[in-house]
Design a protein around this ligand. Sequence first.
Ligand code: PHE
Length: 462
Amino acid sequence: MSTLQNRTAKSGRETFTSGLAVFFATLGSAVGLGNIWKFPYLTGQFGGGAFLLVYFLCILFVGLPVMLGEFYIGRKTRKNAVGAFQQLKPVSGWKHIGTMGVAAAYLIMFFYSCVAGWVYYYLYKAVKGDFIAITPESVKTQFTDVIIGPVSPILWQVIVMAVVGGILILGVRKGIERITKTLMPLLFVLIVICGIRAITLPGAYEGLKFLFHVDFSQLSAAAILTAMGLAFFKLSLGMGTMITYGSYFTADNNLFGTAAKVALSDTIVSMLAGIAIFPTVFSFGMEPGAGPGLLFMTIPLVFSKMPFGNLLLIAFFFLTSIAATTAMLSLVEVLVAYFSEELGFSRRNAAIINAVIICGVGMLAALSADQASLLGNVTFLGRGFFDWFDYISSNILLPMGGLFIAIFIGYFLKKDDIKKELSNQGNLTIDKLIDVYFVIIRYVTPALLVIVFLNSIGIIKV
Ligand code: PHE
């Protein structure tokens, strides 16, 4: 306790207070709309089991090693994403990996805050009882009404940013730590309840079969790139989030342990979300490849048909709001830490300014989410604003950031330094683990990333 306080006082920088706080905050970053919204609809679009298998491999051989690398960079330097690279390699262009991360944080927030706005709005509608008499037809109209607006999606996006900004102003401990420690366990309980309920539906078997049946003929280059992008997005990697959070970790935290626990728990939450959603899709004869609206159209329908359905629905959208909010805390914290440490803003101003920027530009996403939206017809190369923000960040910037981080860790830093930090100055015996880690981060992770990139642009065919 006293050492913690000393360190905080010395550097003027906050840290989380315990291992449990580190775990919940980091899991809070990983678990988000990625699990509950993106994961099911992408798995649906790209054919189920085979996509899932590729996704698992990406988590294991790319996600986990990059996550550990980011933890290292953050905790070693105790700096924001840009400052951290700067400190490790002062005279070089490496700090621009951090700059790229800042750009990715904005792009993700532009559309993420919009979808989070829909989720908050759905929670409000569930509380009002709007879904009690829902039918397969009206669920679709309700969804398009919510996303087309044009006033309501923007209004809810602003509410979302006010909540996120407000929590961040409170700081690392009083804001991020307190919120994630209280809400993450609740989220877990709620999603288990929803998953159990969905699995007992008629038609559930079809849904589970879809999720777990592996058919490699379904697998395209686009599917593999998407699975890789999803792995990065899911674990909040390749853009400095885990560097920034790592910089707040306690000195005695076992970084290997935290990375493994977070990746595993995050995957369990995604599976539970898939288990809650796909049985519903099949028992109501809906389309698993329905796209971004999947979550919003299936869940109200299924829960409205059961006893205490509206309560379950409220629980579900509440848990999704929690997931989205805690993930956004980590996204915007990348910006807040950068603005306050590199550009000299106060924490409060950094949070406010970034919330305003995100609302301002994010409006473009909110107004282009559907064909019928105000800017629904504005497209470049076949994609509107919403889709571009998502595509550039998830499928390009994050995996590219990951590739650079792997190369940086594997080739540009001293193995001994890394060993020292990851073993907590020799307190943990991890010699063998470090050797395995180095083989993976040097050869396996970059090779897989390069293959996936080349494959996706058609230069090589897998
Ligand atoms: N991991 C979050 C999710 O799954 C999204 C996220 C991406 C958060 C990148 C931080 C950084 O929803």
